[in-house]
Design a protein around this ligand. Structure first.
Ligand code: MD6
Ligand code: FE
Length: 214
């Protein structure tokens, strides 16, 4: 994409559904602060490839920040207050994380958003995330706020059944996707990340997914 097009998309919005939208470039101004916070989280709770209940190793590398962290192993998916690797509480959510999540949620029509979990995902080139619903949270109405940093990716945003047709949404560094309310349980995923190098983030895509679990 040309710089001109990228600039035009800065601070515009794409509505995906009644309560789902992309806020283009919404996190650009705070990307540096968010990445510094990711480095601090990673130093304390390293990225790791979780195993699914079915025994597959996930392509996406994950860690967490906040009161609850999303975990997967042979026993199932769940949220845990402690990192199973080491038993410590997950690193607290930073002021920059909380502020960006609340600001993006408000911009998308969700007031007073206070997430209690942030799943931090790292996609190396070639990594994909197959269509899924985020359904391990008690709160099925509060929005998911998903921040893209680094390499671009194509986000898939579908319906309420896996087989429903999904739209392809190009995501750039600094874009934020918000989905909640009646659209909270839509299937979504990420196509394989194309090889490349981002000026700041390098050969990877970092995604922050904020949720309200309890
Ligand atoms: C994204 N990620 O990377 C969207 N969900 O743009 C997700 O929807 C997601 O990365 C559950 C677990 C990890 C994820
Ligand atoms: Fe998800």
């Amino acid at each position: 994409m040309s710089d001109l097009f990228a600039t035009q998309l800065h601070s515009t919005r794409t509505q995906l559904a009644p309560q789902a939208c992309v806020l283009h470039g919404f996190a650009l101004d705070v990307a540096g602060a968010l990445l510094a916070d990711v480095a601090a989280i990673e130093a304390f709770a390293p990225f790791r490839h979780l195993v699914t209940p079915g025994g597959h190793v996930m392509q996406v590398a994950m860690t967490n920040s906040g009161t609850y962290g999303w975990c997967s192993d042979r026993r199932g998916y769940r949220y845990d207050r402690h990192d199973p690797q080491g038993g410590e509480p997950w690193p607290a959510m930073s002021p920059a994380f909380l502020q960006l999540a609340a600001d993006a949620a408000r911009e998308a029509g969700f007031d007073a958003y206070v997430p209690d979990a942030c799943l931090v995902n790292r996609y190396a080139p070639g990594t994909r995330l197959s269509l899924h619903q985020d359904r391990d949270e008690d709160d099925r109405i509060a929005p998911i706020v998903s921040v893209s940093l680094g390499l671009p990716a194509t986000f898939l945003f579908g319906g309420f059944a896996r087989a429903d047709k999904a739209v392809r949404v190009p995501l750039q560094h600094g874009d934020v996707v918000v989905w909640g309310g009646e659209d909270r349980m839509r299937f979504h995923g990420v196509l394989p990340v194309k090889p490349g190098r981002h000026d700041v983030v390098g050969e990877q895509r970092i995604n922050l997914t904020f949720r309200k679990v309890k």
